[in-house]
Design a protein. Structure first.
Length: 757
């Protein structure tokens, strides 16, 4: 007989006895539950990260390296590489950790770029080269010119092209990256370690990974679904976590791939009850837990909390935090601490530098380009938006005339040429911006679209009487007018710069035409004044810089992505060092603040309060991200789009969780959905009932939640249905909607006692 059915038919006295039995000291004691639902809030890792970075600073040696955990006082290259990756993972510049001798960890690695990556014969270790590439990229170095060949080498003194050298180790027949190199505890053999780091290194440099290379690595998978350091020795959590990251970074597998799902299942099976993962010696391990978190984040389970909670309610992030010691370290170990930082940041490898981030942004922008070569503004194809996009491509060294939408033969410059006559006569700032864009793209500003753009700017928009471009009360008209003249190498009227100065507010700021965007408008004005040869010691520039200093936030930026971008460019124009002089107490630089607005697959948001992909924010952010201010020219090359990674706007669905208490608490976990346009609905019923009831759920960070007033014992079913325009992924399937069901068993285990049975 179904005992909860008996319970529902017993008299009021027995129900009262049941209630008394379940209530002790005013707390409801659950008798049986499917699982313990995790807490709806988890610890904030920011302070833990700051303390961990401070600990690593104590382990830095004068040459910039990180001290070995096994040989105190000596440098450890591997830990130094992981430290650079950790710094980049949390948005800090490498200079955040500078030794007493003025060296950064990247400085040290550059000095070791040859020695660490080779054996005594000069033959490379592919895995070590891949790791060094990853560190160079993360630290905003150039992996194509990192370190120098030593004396005695045929190329002595020349920069080392690590990417080229690693490519030379590839065997297209086997798919392996391997060499004959031999050294203590390492070799160049075709094995999991060399293949893993070779893929990560090349993905860091945004090189195309051959399918054969990923196939070779897949073939090294263990029978239980994971990967091992020594193939055939049994899966290892650390190696499996890294393998998942590498395969996803290659661009040849997506998160739904069966091999990725098998690796994730291995991580599920090896997760300990408290939420983390054990290491080689059996105890909870910061290294292993961090590697697993990075893998599940790469697969879309961000945040790495509720969606990977265990039966006991433990989450990976919270379990990792329990391992931090009072000195900020994780186990008093520098390597584990570096690993933990990247894990807490949920930052998979490769960790990209500013150049690579810009490339992803440009690849996304190319996908938004219209067939006529334009980009859309607020009301369809727009020359102003297209000028901004052109400036972004040119800032990255790409020829805007080579940027075309898929299937189209019309470039960005074709569109601007066709629309020049209407746009240049629209307003003074339009004319100035068009000159900036044409100049940056290598065009002739005096013969573009059958127009002399400079003539239009000076004759149509500049008034000698007013000493102003266009509207004398509009700072953007003045700023872009001045910048356009500077780009054309034409004399800038002193009265125009004075008009711009006169528009400065008492607090040192400038505003847009509507009286808003003080940081962005101030950054734009500073660029114009610098282009107009106003000395940086001038009161206007000093007070404008002081305004930005006063308004800088704790994370290093200003108000939103657009304001931060223009503020960055303005400060660069007046000669400010954004890392050395503009980093906050916790090491957040304006560059780091800008990258914080970027999604992993390239586009920027305006603000995270409105997390949709934002074109204006993206194309305005790129030049600032690359350290370019207006006007500029660079050597240009044809544009080629890079791999952007999995879509972080899709919803990654997880099974709902329910538990008994005074009532039934339900949590519906999910990952990703960074644009927050996904939704979930919850229906429930007592098992066997023909109809479902609908409950209202509330969204939080990585989960939906609700509480149902169900106090009678019984078995209940809960069905969560996820919807997302970007798609819903569950394991190996992706569809518009996904429904997942869980059952909460009856808590009738004590009913025999109550009934006297």
């Amino acid at each position: 007989m179904n005992r909860h059915r008996v319970a529902l038919s017993i008299g009021a006295g027995l129900l009262l006895a049941l209630a008394l039995l379940f209530t002790l000291n005013g707390e409801t004691t659950p008798v049986q539950a499917a699982r313990v639902v995790p807490a709806v809030t988890t610890a904030d890792p920011d302070e833990a990260i700051s303390e961990a970075l401070a600990y690593l600073q104590t382990r830095q040696l004068p040459n910039g390296s990180i001290e070995s955990d096994w040989a105190p006082g000596t440098s450890d290259d591997f830990t130094s590489i992981k430290t650079v990756l950790a710094l980049a993972a949390v948005g800090r510049p490498v200079s955040h950790m500078t030794s007493i001798s003025g060296n950064t960890t990247l400085d040290y690695l550059e000095s070791r770029a040859y020695t660490y990556t080779r054996d005594v014969t000069g033959t490379i270790f592919p895995g070590r080269v891949g790791m060094m590439i990853g560190a160079a990229v993360a630290g905003n170095g150039d992996p194509h010119a990192f370190g120098h060949y030593p004396s005695g080498h045929s190329a002595a003194g020349s920069p080392i092209n690590l990417v080229e050298e690693l490519g030379g180790a590839y065997n297209p027949v086997t798919g392996a990256y391997s060499t004959t190199a031999q050294g203590a505890f390492t070799s160049g053999d075709a094995n999991a370690t060399n293949q893993l780091w070779a893929i990560v290194g090349l993905a860091s440099a945004q090189e195309t990974i051959p399918v054969n290379a990923t196939d070779f690595f897949i073939d090294l998978q263990e029978s239980d679904g994971g990967w091992a350091w020594v193939t055939g020795s049994g899966s290892d959590v650390d190696m499996t976590g890294l393998a998942i990251q590498a395969l996803l970074a290659s661009g040849n597998l997506d998160p739904t791939h069966v091999k990725i799902q098998e690796g994730l299942q291995l991580l599920r099976e090896t997760q300990v009850a408290s939420g983390g993962w054990a290491g080689y010696f059996g105890g909870l391990s910061a290294d292993s837990t961090a590697a697993a978190i990075q893998a599940i984040a790469a697969a879309g389970y961000t945040p790495a909390t509720v969606s990977w909670a265990t039966e006991s309610g433990g989450t990976p992030r919270d379990d990792l935090l329990t391992l931090q010691d009072t000195d900020g370290s994780f186990g008093g170990n520098a390597l584990a601490t570096a690993h933990a930082i990247a894990g807490l940041a949920e930052a998979p490898v490769p960790v990209l530098g500013r150049t690579q981030r810009a490339n992803r942004a440009l690849a996304w922008m190319n996908e938004q380009q219209n067939a006529d070569g334009s980009w859309s503004g607020f009301a369809g194809p727009d020359p102003g938006a297209t000028c901004d996009a052109v400036l972004a491509y040119a800032a990255a060294g790409f020829d805007p005339d080579s940027v075309m939408a898929a299937g189209s033969s019309m470039s960005a410059m074709d569109y601007l040429s066709a629309s020049a006559s209407s746009f240049v006569t629209k307003s003074a700032d339009s004319a100035g911006k068009l000159i900036l864009a044409v100049h940056a793209a290598g065009g002739n500003v005096k013969d573009f679209g059958d127009l002399d753009l400079v003539s239009v700017l000076t004759n149509t928009w500049y008034s000698p009487t007013l000493g102003a471009f266009g509207d004398a009360s509009n700072s953007w008209h003045q700023a872009f007018g001045i910048l356009g003249m500077a780009a054309a190498a034409e004399p800038i009227p002193v009265s125009a710069t004075q008009t711009l100065i006169d528009l400065q507010g008492a607090d040192g700021s400038w505003t847009d035409a509507w009286g808003f965007d003080k940081p962005g408008s101030t950054g734009l004005a500073l660029q114009a004044l610098a282009a107009g040869d106003v000395p940086v010691t001038d009161t206007a520039i000093v007070s404008g810089t002081a305004f930005l200093d006063t308004g800088q936030g704790d994370q290093g930026g200003w108000e939103n992505a657009n304001a931060t971008a223009y503020a960055v460019q303005g400060l660069l124009a007046v000669g400010e060092d954004l890392v050395a002089d503009w980093s906050t107490d916790k090491g957040h630089s304006p560059y780091g603040a800008l990258t914080a607005y970027q999604k992993p697959d390239g586009p920027f948001v305006y603000m995270w309060d409105s997390p949709s992909d934002n074109g204006v924010a993206t194309w305005q952010a790129v030049p600032a991200l690359l350290g370019e201010h207006y006007p500029f020219t660079k050597s240009l090359q044809p544009f080629t789009a890079v791999y952007r990674g999995p879509d972080p706007d899709r919803t990654v669905a997880a099974v709902p969780q329910a538990s008994w208490g005074h009532s039934v608490h339900i949590v519906i976990p999910f990952g990703s959905d960074l644009d927050a346009d996904g939704s979930a609905t919850l229906t429930w019923r007592e098992t066997g009932s023909p109809s479902w009831e609908t409950a209202t759920v509330h969204r939080a960070d990585g989960f939906y939640t609700t509480t149902l007033d169900l106090t009678l014992p019984g078995e209940y079913e809960f069905q969560a249905t996820f919807s997302d325009p970007d798609g819903v992924q569950h394991l190996s399937t992706v569809s518009e909607t996904v429904s997942l069901t869980t059952t909460l068993p009856s808590y009738d285990i004590f009913l025999p006692f109550v009934l006297g049975q």
